[in-house]
Design a protein around this ligand. Structure first.
Ligand SMILES: [Zn+2]
Length: 971
């Protein structure tokens, strides 16, 4: 390419990037629902106007019902990649597809073909090129077999959620075609236009959709009459409501018969016509059982009237009784804060979606089951809010999910903090726990989001927001589009002030409504309205995984603001006097890792971010002069004091101390504590009449030395006839991409055990005395996908008297839903064995957990539930010698264990083999069935009389419970 040509092309791209355009796509669809076959038969006419400067030879179409067709769809692959077998295990009859397509353009038949990779995308070749400014008419019939709801489109019996259901052109914008297979996350990017849709369905259905009804007087009168019935429930108490529906339920038999009759009854069809301009999507929902409520919202600035519809299932009537209020307040709040709602109705319908929470479409949202009123209001408000961030501001959600999910979620916090200001923004997710018992009673909306954000915020697995939602390693990272943006924007709002933020958002809305804004367009409004460059904020929020961690430190009588994090954010610092009165507060932008603070005279206490707007991942180091603060069981932490969660009654049991009652105190272990926790139990045993207890501390650190994460733990305990102390370090080095996961783990443990009583600890299994033990373990684990896992590892256990060495390997493969194989091989030996305490021998029938790392029901050997007869704790074979369950080796031992899942047999078949140099027999072979936590031996080669069961007693004597459940992980 010549330099001139290159320059020419560069100039064109440069100029092109400057020009904004969007295509006009108008739809005319006639569709008929067959509610018995669960199918749609439809005809679609699209008027496509090319507003781009380019001539188009073809148009990409999304045929998203095909996402539900088979395991090769991008949706199926996404489910699988994220560890869900939901799609894979769906029966054929519950899947869906689109077919009967026959495209023509301006009356001329058009050739078309499927995308080479995506079965739900097709390329339609235009018989004639479509020139800039020109318009064509594309027509096609189509037929949809509706899936049972797996992701969004589908039915649940006679309940229909018709979303992402029709052939739809992909977006063509300044960056070219945006070909998108349907995915569960990051759903939308679509062209704006007018939808004119005629829906034919049986007349007993309540139907609501995007758009206004055209000549819908008859249908509206019917809905109005239903709304009168719906209104009559409004003033009933919860009991009365339940009774009302129980009355119907009470006549179950009658109702069942009526339903059967009903399903046989052929209803006449009705056709309802909907029309809506300036939307980029059209969805409709139908159910014959919905209770209907109707309301009205007078828009705050123009007083224009918007109709509110709420349609819900009788079983959710109590939670939904105030749903009109939620619709009203949401529509009003979003209109007031960002810009007026441009359409004529806002509707929420009660769905049975599997996607969880709710789902947004223009004018209409579908809400899944919510257990409390707050949860329902929150979800309705969020989905209504999507009319602004998704519907009216049509961002590319696949690539910038934060722009619609994050800004909507942030609005959720704003809405909640304004509406529920008087109750301090409290959020009720469980009335029983929070209101009746009093646990977590002060949890508020922003704390809830902050907790979501903190989880994994400093992890090596964190990913920036500005990536395709199909590149997220797992749901947690996708979730940051919600939580991170909501807490970061809340902090920005505090920094800028609410009025300033409203001005910016309103300008953004007005300038970009019914268009496709990108991240740069959004950010440009901040720079337009602010005197300072705000890129420092957005770069950290969107493009990187930096995090805020400030600390207040004192050195030589001077106070410093220390930056332990990677995001150099503006920090608000407040100074207090002896009476805890605020003297001053200032914003500090640290230039270095440690910034000296200019402390005013009379100051005796300093707090960074006093009102907790800054999403600092460790808030406990943000204040001086901490006081003790106690919560009942759990509550929202104050962070700036020492928060102790106290459970005043906490029973525990072990066979030595008996039932022990006492208190449990917890510090940390949740968001904002920097991975730190302390747990302490102080109990009184009813058998020993003595105190027993545990103190356990833990600190998790991401990116420690050369590890991706490291954990330190220490534990001191005195209980169950033993005193013990331990110190552990676990270092993980993980590698992850969107498909694979690999982890190299090293663990170093030091133990001290003082075994004092053979009453608690069977003399057959334990030696009394003091033991100092060290353990070093290494393990490599590979996960190719959720159906293929491998691991290898070794473990060295030693004291001055012995050294025990183990090698282990594991392999797990799932061939299908009903066929899977798990193989474990274990070789153990002793490097030297001057004197091996009994508990460190290799037990043929499973380990006895000699270092007390796992809880064991009964180590005494006194009753039938004792350690090896009754329970299997991992390690050895699963058969058990009834006469002597404690066969053990102090020399080499090799074991192989296979678990095989096969069709038609419940649980798994197990086959175990062991051999060892000094075991009583040369070979030990056992087999049987593993049914949930039960091990049922059916063959044991060492039995003198009956190697297989001759009666039920045989099985009863050998059945054991699995006490430690693990797959390939050993340690
Ligand atoms: Zn959302």
């Amino acid at each position: 390419m010549s330099v001139i040509a290159a320059f020419f092309i560069f100039s064109i791209t440069f100029i092109r990037a400057e020009i904004y355009f969007q295509q006009d796509v108008d739809y005319d669809i006639e569709v008929t629902l067959n509610d018995t076959d669960k199918t749609l038969t439809a005809y679609e006419i699209i008027n496509y106007k090319n507003n781009s400067p380019d001539t188009l030879e073809f148009i990409w179409f999304h045929l998203w019902p095909n996402a539900y067709k088979n395991d090769s769809s991008a949706l199926a692959k996404q489910f699988f990649r994220l560890g869900s077998t939901r799609f894979l295990n769906t029966k054929e009859k519950n899947r869906g597809y689109i077919d009967s397509l026959d495209f023509s353009v301006d009356g001329v038949k058009a050739e078309w073909q499927f995308h080479s990779e995506y079965i739900d995308v097709a390329k339609i070749f235009l018989p004639e090129p479509l020139f800039p400014g020109a318009q064509i008419k594309i027509e096609t019939p189509f037929f949809v077999k509706l899936p049972r709801v797996i992701s969004r489109l589908g039915h649940m019996g006679k309940h229909f959620e018709i979303t992402q259901w029709y052939p739809k052109p992909a977006v063509y914008d300044k960056n070219g075609w945006h070909v998108m297979p349907y995915l569960n996350m990051g759903e939308f990017y679509s062209e704006y236009g007018t939808f004119d849709v005629k829906i034919t369905l049986p007349e007993n259905y309540r139907l609501m959709a995007t758009g206004d009804m055209v000549n819908g007087q008859k249908e509206l009168l019917w809905l109005d009459s239903l709304a009168i019935v719906g209104d009559s429930f409004k003033n009933l108490s919860k009991k009365e409501l339940e009774e009302h529906f129980k009355k119907i339920d009470g006549k179950k038999e009658k109702l069942k018969k009526a339903n059967e009759k009903d399903s046989l009854k052929v209803y006449k069809n009705k056709t309802i016509h909907f029309r809506q301009e300036d939307v980029h999507d059209f969805a409709w929902f139908a159910d014959p059982k919905w209770i209907v409520q109707k309301g009205e919202l007078s828009l705050p600035s123009s007083n224009r009237k918007v109709t509110l519809w709420s349609m819900y299932l009788p079983e959710n009537a109590w939670t939904w009784r105030k749903s009109l209020e939620y619709l009203h307040d949401s529509g009003q709040w979003f209109s007031k804060s960002y810009g007026e709602y441009p359409y004529n109705h806002i509707t929420a319908v009660d769905g049975n979606m599997s996607a969880g929470g709710g789902m947004e479409y223009p004018n209409i949202t579908v809400i899944s089951r919510s257990d409390t009123e707050d949860l329902l209001e929150y979800v309705i408000m969020h989905e209504v809010g999507h009319n602004w961030f998704y519907g009216i501001l049509g961002t590319n959600e696949r690539d910038h999910a934060w722009m619609d999910e994050g800004l909507t979620e942030f609005s959720g916090i704003r809405y909640w903090e304004e509406k529920y200001d008087k109750r301090n923004g409290r959020f009720i997710f469980s009335e029983l726990l929070q209101d009746k018992i009093g646990i977590g009673k002060n949890v508020d909306m922003s704390y809830y989001q902050y907790s979501g954000y903190c989880s994994g915020a400093t992890s090596q697995d964190a990913q920036p927001l500005n990536i395709s939602s199909n590149e997220n390693y797992f749901y947690r990272n996708y979730g940051k589009n919600y939580s991170k943006v909501s807490v970061m924007m809340r902090y920005l709002q505090h920094y800028l002030g609410r009025e300033k933020l409203d001005i910016i958002m309103q300008d953004y809305y007005e300038s970009w409504k019914f268009k496709h804004p990108g991240p740069k367009d959004f950010v440009s409004f901040f720079n337009k309205h602010l005197d300072e460059d705000i890129d420092w904020f957005f770069e950290n929020m969107i493009d990187s995984t930096t995090y805020i961690d400030y600390k207040i430190s004192k050195k030589n009588g001077k106070y410093f603001l220390e930056n332990l994090g990677s995001f150099n954010a503006m920090a608000e610092v407040a100074y207090y006097d002896d009476d805890n009165q605020e003297i001053n507060r200032i914003w500090v932008r640290p230039k270095q890792k440690r910034t000296a603070l200019d402390v005013p005279s009379g100051c005796s206490k300093i707090i960074i971010d006093p009102d907790q707007y800054m999403p600092d991942v460790n808030r406990t180091n943000n204040s001086t002069n901490k006081k003790l603060k106690m919560n009942f069981v759990f509550d929202k932490p104050s962070f700036y004091d020492i928060d102790l969660n106290v459970s005043p009654w906490f029973p525990m049991y072990n066979s030595y101390d008996g039932l022990s009652n006492g208190i449990y105190i917890k510090y940390g272990g949740s968001a904002g504590f920097g991975g730190q926790s302390i747990d302490a139990w102080l109990l009184y045993g009813d058998r020993t009449k003595m105190l027993n207890g545990i103190v356990w501390t833990k600190k998790e650190i991401d990116n420690l030395w050369s590890f991706s994460s490291g954990t330190f733990e220490s534990m001191i305990e005195s209980r169950n006839g033993r005193e013990g102390a331990s110190f552990k370090f676990v270092g993980n080095n993980q590698k992850r991409d969107i498909y694979r996961y690999e982890n190299k783990k090293i663990e170093i443990d030091l133990y001290y055990h003082n075994i004092k009583s053979n009453l608690a600890l069977s003399p057959v299994l334990y030696d009394l005395g003091e033991f100092g033990i060290a353990k070093i373990s290494m393990k490599n684990f590979w996960e190719r996908d959720m159906f293929n896992e491998f691991s290898i590892g070794s473990q060295l256990h030693f004291s001055s008297r012995f050294a025990k060495l183990n090698f282990r390997a594991g392999y797990y493969k799932k061939f299908s839903k009903k066929v899977e194989t798990l193989i474990k091989i274990n070789f153990g030996t002793f490097l030297f064995s001057d004197k091996i305490p009994k508990q460190y021998r290799y037990y043929l029938s499973g380990s006895i957990v000699p270092d007390f790392d796992n809880y064991v029901w009964d180590r005494s050997g006194d009753n039938q539930f004792s350690i090896l007869n009754g329970f299997y704790h991992n390690g050895g074979i699963r058969g058990v010698n009834v006469e002597n369950p404690y066969i053990a080796s102090t020399d080499n031992i090799l074991s192989l264990r296979i678990d095989q899942k096969v069709p038609k047999i419940p649980g798994k078949i197990f086959f175990d083999y062991a051999t060892g140099s000094i075991l009583p027999k040369e070979n030990y072979i056992s087999g049987g069935i593993k049914l949930g936590p039960l091990i049922i031996p059916l063959y044991q080669n060492w039995e003198e009389k009956n190697k297989i069961p001759n009666n039920f007693e045989w099985i009863k004597e050998r059945v054991r419970f699995i006490w430690v459940f693990s797959r390939v992980s050993f340690f």
